[in-house]
Design a protein around this ligand. Structure first.
Ligand code: ADP
Ligand code: X15
Length: 398
């Protein structure tokens, strides 16, 4: 990579703003998977060991700023405090959590920092201007530091104030995680060993569906499961009950079905339930017979067998997005079986991308069975699509 890295910066005594991706799964105030925090440690430790004052910034979840009630609820749910507590357990220096994103409390905390100290500020999405890359916000944040480091690989596909705007004001470099991700992903995707099989799932349909167009060009098979599959099933004219659907992506799905032909593989059955949580009825049905009022929450056993068959002989596998709502054991089977099948492939380069997919693989005990577990879902897909990643593009060249 021709971009500057942290090693190219003279960080001693400097206030270094580091954009990390600490968007980790949290349930009942507890972090259920800290992979993204652990993955940022090489950069954080390097900086503290070299005498930097490290100011960490990250988003957590999504916050709706259009509706005041939803905004307040989002802030409450996505408070960064548990992340700061976990970080403190993982580093030797002092971590100060500042529960705001601007103002005197933040500025004083930074002014009081010694070399090797760490400040983690509140969720960047508490600011309405973050996701819009508001120039005033970016300039304000940049004023809090001397240098900027981009190490939030999971968010480098977002052109936000904390990932891109801020970098326009300061000398900048990529962190070790971003470097490692690019090295590993390019090893998998540039001149891949064939057959190359891509498996997509998860819930961020509108975000990720477009990548299928490019995957149909570069992969030998594209398997679609998880929440993403139902937009395709709807595009085929099937009834999908109350399953996840992105209405405005149906036309795109139709195009991909026509373009993909046999290359595009869809699930044939689903585990369906009459509610997302606390369902009173759960059953396995063919995807031709999803009853009204039921939603597909996992791929069914026939789909598992089909996907396993399609995976046989694969030499490169790229997997992004769980096959079902794996957080609930009732809907975890598809994800477990697919994860297992990929991990058992002989001599295959296997890459998982995405916060939830990585969490699933780690939770299921498959951490060491993959060639690379990427901390970025959308980001790794966009990289593999050949798209420019704004959070890396903005970083200074060497
Ligand atoms: N059929 C489905 N219906 C609703 N949500 C689903 C379904 N299948 C998977 N999911 C959800 O998708 C989420 C992960 O999606 P996504 O964010 O796209 O993946 P990643 O974080 O790996 O990139 C998980 O929380 C999972 O519960
Ligand atoms: O979890 C993330 O992306 P991913 O689900 O694609 O892996 C990143 O933290 C980006 O979050 P966002 O999709 O809310 O911008």
């Amino acid at each position: 990579m021709a971009k500057q890295t942290v090693r190219d910066l003279d960080v001693k005594g400097k206030r270094v703003l580091v954009r990390v991706d600490f968007n980790v799964p949290i349930k009942d105030g507890k972090i259920t998977n800290d992979n993204r925090i652990v993955s940022a440690l090489p950069t954080i430790n390097y900086l503290t060991e070299h005498g930097a004052k490290v100011i960490l910034m990250s988003h957590l979840g999504k916050i709706d700023h259009k509706d005041p009630e939803k905004c307040e609820a989002g802030k409450k749910k996505n408070n960064m405090a548990p992340v700061a507590a976990r970080l403190q357990e993982l580093v030797s220096g002092k971590v100060t959590f500042v529960p705001v994103t601007r103002g005197e409390e933040l500025e004083n905390a930074i002014a009081a920092m010694n070399e090797g100290d760490i400040v983690l500020m509140q969720n960047t999405r508490y600011e309405k201007g973050e996701s819009k890359n508001d120039p005033d916000l970016a300039a304000y944040w940049a004023g809090l530091g001397d240098l900027f480091v981009s190490d939030a690989f999971g968010s480098v596909h977002r052109a936000h104030a904390s990932t891109v705007g801020i970098a326009t004001h300061l000398p900048s470099a990529c962190g070790f995680l971003v470097q490692k991700e690019i090295e590993n992903l390019s090893a998998a995707i540039d001149n891949p060993k064939r057959p190359l099989v891509a498996i997509l799932g998860g819930a961020k349909v509108s975000d990720k569906i477009a990548v299928i167009e490019n995957l149909l060009n570069i992969a030998d098979k594209v398997i679609v499961g998880g929440g993403m599959a139902y937009t395709f099933l709807k595009a085929q004219g099937k009834e999908i009950g109350t399953s996840l659907l992105e209405e405005d992506r149906i036309e795109m799905a139709k195009e991909f079905l026509a373009k993909g032909g046999d290359k595009l593989v869809l699930p044939v059955d689903s585990v369906v339930a009459n509610a997302f949580e606390n369902a009173t009825e759960v059953k396995t049905v063919s995807n031709d017979e999803i009853p009204a009022g039921f939603m597909g929450l996992d791929i069914g056993p026939k789909s598992v067998e089909l996907f396993k068959k399609e995976l046989q002989g694969a030499k490169t596998v790229v997997w992004n997005g769980p096959m079902g709502v794996f957080e609930n054991p009732a809907y975890a089977n598809g994800t477990i079986e697919v994860c297992k099948a990929i991990s058992e492939l002989p001599d295959a380069m296997t890459v998982i991308g995405g916060g939830d997919s990585a969490a699933a693989a780690i939770q299921l005990g498959f951490k060491d069975k993959f060639t690379h577990i990427s901390t970025g879902g959308g980001a790794s897909l966009e990289y593999m699509e050949g798209k420019e990643l704004p959070g890396i593009a903005i970083i200074q060249e060497k």
